[in-house]
Design a protein around this ligand. Structure first.
Ligand code: RIB
Length: 314
């Protein structure tokens, strides 16, 4: 089976349900408090494993119970954890998350050990890079580490999917080594400086990213679906998503990326892979938490087939 390499963050999510996301200076009284495993890298690794991929995860955790519990969870999902480093005297990554009654969230992250994952660690994980068919990476680790990881993939001609989250500016040296980029609306606006109010805005942002050397651009637009632009496969177009009642959108983007990576490694077309990724994300937003909400491949395939006719076309 083809192997998916995920390089990225591992966090523990401390989640409070609130009536509304607090504004600056405001205190809101919430209800339930829960602790779940999270982190964009880890969520994507778990999503890819549950989608049926053979996953190697390169990450860093602290020498605390949060880190050891997180790694136990990845092992339960049959993820190869040989290249997860445990940093002494360092806290594991923590995310404080407020989830509103509308299912929206606000997230603050203390990176902790995630920022100790270094460019040298990428070189030491040579075997993992050698074995991988495709690498999936995000931006909750340092840009120097992301840069080295994409350089190694370029040397090995390994495909790179970059999920540029959380939003930040990126150097050309990362963009021009990226095969597929998957920003959401806000991340695409931050990267390109182009407002994405409609399909035309998405087209302009995609053109900007193509000029930087990215071959395939997939801009996720929440419940509306995703804008796909890949000049080699035709003009830019919307791939509609599935309309569901969201209770918690945390990690929906991560689930999308994990499932997308597996479907592409299986040789599915971009349209089909995006459809499956929408299906997995639609299932995840109907449950609370990050990794707790990630579906297994059978559920995704069933939902995709059952709802193809109802793809949301707005
Ligand atoms: O994308 C969702 C994730 O962002 C959460 O699990 C949290 O840990 C933050 O990294």
């Amino acid at each position: 089976m083809k192997k998916i390499l995920v390089v990225g963050s591992s966090n523990t999510d401390l989640i409070i349900q609130v009536p509304e996301i607090p504004r600056p200076g405001e205190t809101v009284l919430g209800s339930r408090f829960q602790t779940f495993p999270g982190g964009k890298g880890a969520n994507q690794a778990v999503a890819a494993a549950r989608a049926g991929g053979e996953v190697i995860f390169i990450a860093a955790v602290g020498d605390d119970p949060y880190g050891s519990e997180a790694v136990k969870g990845y092992r339960r999902d049959r993820i190869n954890c040989e290249d997860i480093k445990v940093c002494r005297d360092t806290p594991s990554g923590i995310a404080l998350i407020s989830v509103s009654e509308k299912g929206e969230n606000a997230i603050s992250v203390a990176p902790g050990a995630n920022y100790k994952l270094s460019p040298e660690d990428m070189e030491e994980a040579e075997a993992a890079f050698d074995e991988a068919d495709l690498m999936l990476i995000q931006l909750e680790i340092t840009l120097d580490t992301v840069h080295r990881a994409v350089e190694i993939c370029e040397e090995l001609r390994t495909r790179v999917i970059l999920n540029p989250a959380p939003a930040t500016d990126l150097p050309d040296g990362i963009l021009n080594r990226t095969d597929i980029i998957t920003p959401n609306e806000a991340e695409a606006e931050r990267l390109t400086g182009i407002r994405i109010r409609n399909e035309k805005g998405a087209w302009k942002a995609a053109e900007w990213l193509h000029r930087k050397g990215v071959r395939t651009v997939i801009i996720t637009l929440g419940a509306r679906g995703a804008y796909l632009s890949d000049p080699a496969t035709g003009p830019g177009r919307m791939i509609p998503g599935f309309a569901v009642n969201a209770v918690d959108t945390t990690a929906a983007g991560d689930v999308f990326n994990g499932q997308l990576a597996v479907a592409l490694s299986e040789g599915k077309s971009l349209e089909h892979a995006i459809g499956l990724a929408h299906a997995a994300a639609a299932l995840s937003v109907q449950k609370t938490g990050a990794q707790s909400s990630i579906p297994m491949r059978e559920e995704t395939d069933y939902f995709y087939q059952a709802n193809l006719a109802n793809q949301h076309t707005k």
